[in-house]
Design a protein around this ligand. Structure first.
Ligand code: GDP
Ligand code: GDP
Length: 427
């Protein structure tokens, strides 16, 4: 998973490499005492208060003589584009220079959260000189000494505050995708389950689930293992047992809580019933992606098919863009489409878009269709499971515009049918 990017910018000799060394705590970036020495882009991993991030020293890019040549500034813009936080470094000993101004222009254009770092404030004596730098229009200065480590901890606290929130995934612990097969009694859940595990000629393990006497079944597939949740009653079930151990509602809810994806099985000869709607609501509340399986399709006459599909689409509307797969669990018809749909949805559910790519997409999206009376300045994906985006905007965005943003991101980053959340922060 890509780490957030902290990009260090400033004219030569202000102490960027020294600051990187200080942040990383190792002598990793090379420090040159002569200006104008071209250095490659340096990327090192750092950590502060348990938060990991990459530090990118734009080093030599701004050190081609006095002018920013095109190639150099193109490189710097690219790094700025990908930045989650920019540290703009200036030198308290030399004071504000024209070159600082040029570099600051570049930084302001990038519109990334930026901290103004006034370096070489080795002691209180130099502190008064920092206020000159307010002219750069990059906010209040942080006075630090990279060399002596003065106030660099405060700076890092501020950096970490600005980084997108740490993504936490809660899993069963084994990282295996959990599938809940839910549906009313008699819709064909056991038949489907046995088809799925038979289909894959899979290696099957039984694992204890979390509920008392719940047994999960883990199968190996070409695309990785899958855990079917609470399958005690489903596997190779004898006909006579049916009815005795129907999933109680509680069990179904427990299964949904633990699931990464739900298969909602519907009996197509009956269509989506009230109970199916209730289950769909529960799935939607659990926030996990879902696949709707229309079983017993073999029993639906050709004439009735369009109306069955239409009624299911209408009654389960709040599952949104969930794929609908028509199958006959009995004959196996259509069953092969289920596993690919599961993997596609769960992959999208866990996907994280790097901040740089996200903001390029947001820029394109606004170029094609600006929001009425508002601008999105910046966006981050704060969480996965489900993918959750925060848009930092100049004013409120209308619901229609948010739907447009969602469609755009869905398409651009292949989120498929997975649930997504979009939040707006105005300010
Ligand atoms: P860069 O070109 O921006 O990467 O700057 P360097 O990190 O190579 O530093 C340039 C010079 O400034 C070196 O001689 C450093 O030792 C010196 N320097 C860096 N940070 C400080 C500081 O906090 N205080 C003082 N006095 N000198 C510093
Ligand atoms: P569960 O209670 O949801 O687990 O349902 P079962 O898997 O026990 O199936 C209920 C009944 O529907 C059984 O008699 C199955 O043989 C039958 N059945 C299941 N799937 C199909 C199907 O695709 N087509 C037909 N015609 N019957 C099915």
């Amino acid at each position: 998973m890509a780490l957030p990017q902290v990009v260090i910018v400033g004219r030569p000799n202000v102490g960027k490499s020294s600051l990187v060394n200080r942040i990383v705590g190792r002598r990793e970036a090379v420090v040159e005492s002569h200006p104008g020495v071209t250095r490659d882009r340096k990327r090192v991993e750092a950590e502060w208060c348990g938060v990991s991030f990459d530090v990118i020293d734009t080093g030599g890019w701004l050190s081609h003589g006095d002018e920013l040549d095109d190639k150099v500034s193109a490189q710097a813009s690219k790094a700025l584009d990908d930045a989650d936080v920019v540290l703009f470094v200036v030198d308290a000993m030399t004071g504000l220079t024209a070159e600082d101004g040029e570099a600051a222009d570049l930084v302001r254009k990038a519109q990334r959260p930026t901290l103004l770092v006034v370096n070489k404030v080795d002691d209180n004596q130099h502190e008064h000189s920092i206020w000159d730098f307010l002219q750069l229009g990059l906010g209040d200065p942080f006075a630090v000494s990279a060399l002596h480590g003065r106030a660099t901890g405060d700076l890092l606290d501020a950096v970490v505050d600005l980084l997108p929130p740490v993504v936490e995934t809660e899993d069963e612990g084994d990282g295996i995708t959990g599938v809940a097969i839910v549906g009313r009694p008699n819709v064909g859940k056991s038949t489907l389950f046995n088809q799925l595990i038979g289909d894959e000629r899979s290696i099957i393990h039984d694992m204890p689930g979390t509920t008392r006497d719940a047994i999960d079944t883990v199968i190996e597939t070409d695309e990785g293992p899958l855990r079917f949740i609470d399958t005690a009653g489903m596997r190779r079930r004898a006909r006579t047992e049916r009815g005795a151990e129907q999933h109680s509602v509680i069990r179904a809810l427990d299964a949904l809580d633990r699931a990464d994806i739900a298969l909602l099985v519907i009996d197509s000869t009956i269509g989506a019933s009230h109970q199916d709607q209730r289950l769909a609501e529960r799935i939607s509340a659990a926030g996990c992606p879902s696949v709707v399986v229309l079983n017993k399709w073999d029993l639906v006459s050709v004439d009735n098919r369009p109306s069955v599909l239409a009624s299911v689409g209408e009654k389960l509307a709040f599952l949104g863009t969930a794929p609908v797969i028509k199958i006959s669990a009995m004959s196996g018809m259509g069953v092969h489409k289920i596993l690919p749909a599961i993997f596609e949805s769960t992959e999208a559910y866990h996907q994280r878009v790097p901040t740089g790519s996200l903001n390029r997409a947001i820029r394109d999206l606004q170029a094609a269709h600006p929001a009425p009376g508002a601008r999105i300045r910046y966006a981050v994906q704060g969480a996965i499971d489900p993918p959750t985006f925060t848009l930092f905007a100049s004013a409120r965005l209308p619901a229609t515009y948010l739907r447009y943003v969602e469609r755009f991101l869905r398409e651009k980053f292949d989120f498929g049918s997975t649930p997504m959340k979009i939040r707006v922060r105005v300010g």
